[in-house]
Design a binder for this molecule. Structure first.
Ligand SMILES: [Fe+2]
Ligand SMILES: [Fe+2]
Length: 289
């Protein structure tokens, strides 16, 4: 089924900043040693909310790379090919860094293998049953999630207020790179397929599983801490996410944008964040002594 949109149509919707360069960065000494159990200001809900997302990343990001690689041969635009290289490099680093992170969680006594098993099984099913376009549409959907989460993480101080500085730095680094490469999978998809209906379907499915998996991880870790039935933790945690000042409140509109015809990730233009945070992570090391 040929579903590629024309080049001129692609040029009309694409708002990727001109000449956007994407380079992976190493993050030295990424994790605190030992990692505090409740590294987010002593708050179990906030710590485990982030931890639950971390559990999803290694498998998830390897899948994103796989789904983009399936179409690399069809891309002729040298800039997009360069961006694909950057995207693969960045997601590869994230995957490895989150593997270390998840290993620390194992050492703290959480059953990460149990949590990962479900994700691995689902990804194996998708790889077996879904057409390549469907896999790439799924990647576009989850990349929109990581992009809007990255934006709120870099703009709303409540996201990481009180967190261990090294942990906060790791999440800022990930958020910066998610912002930089947020349109790569999407631009590839629009060049090789462009079917909006498939994108919307993928987003509905991804929303369901992302929410389910994050909740599963959060519940497991709170249970291991003996805090699952502590209603104050849930009340404060849910209010942090969805209350009047809730960090997720601002995401509803940008999340919905994905369902619009003519949507492109860079219509939410947050290039200023990329510039701002590049100076944190790309600054040359201070001279010794
Ligand atoms: Fe990532
Ligand atoms: Fe990503």
């Amino acid at each position: 089924m040929p579903c590629a949109i024309g080049l001129s149509e692609f040029a009309m919707i694409s708002t990727t900043p001109e000449g956007l360069e994407i380079h992976p960065r190493h993050l030295e000494a990424a994790l605190p040693d030992p990692m505090p159990r409740h590294w987010h200001g002593g708050d179990p809900f906030k710590s485990h909310f982030f931890n639950a997302m971390s559990v999803l990343f290694p498998e998830g990001e390897r899948f994103f790379i796989h789904s983009v690689r399936l179409f690399r041969e069809q891309i002729k635009d040298p800039l997009l090919l360069e961006q694909i290289r950057g995207f693969i490099g960045q997601e590869g680093h994230h995957s490895r860094e989150h593997e270390n992170y998840n290993q620390r969680l194992r050492e703290l006594g959480y059953d990460i293998d149990y949590l990962e098993r479900g994700v691995k099984r689902r990804i194996a099913f998708v790889k077996k049953r879904f057409p390549p376009e469907g896999m790439l549409a799924g990647t576009c959907a989850v990349e929109h999630f990581t992009a809007i989460l990255g934006d709120v993480l870099l703009t709303n101080p409540l996201m990481l207020a009180g967190a261990d500085p090294q942990m906060a730095r790791l999440w800022r680094w990930h958020a910066l790179e998610e912002t930089e490469h947020k349109s790569v999978a999407f631009d590839v998809y629009m060049r090789v397929c462009g079917d909006r209906k498939l994108l919307r379907k993928a987003m509905r499915r991804s929303t369901f599983f992302f929410t389910l998996d994050t909740a599963r991880g959060l519940i497991h870790m709170l249970k291991r801490d003996g805090l699952l039935w502590n209603w104050r933790i849930w009340r404060d945690g849910i209010s942090w996410l969805w209350g009047k000042q809730g960090v997720f409140r601002s995401l509803i509109g940008v999340y919905k944008d994905f369902y619009r015809d003519g949507f492109h990730p860079w219509q939410q233009d947050n290039m200023y964040l990329v510039e701002q945070y590049r100076s944190e992570f790309d600054a040359p090391a201070a001279p010794a002594g």
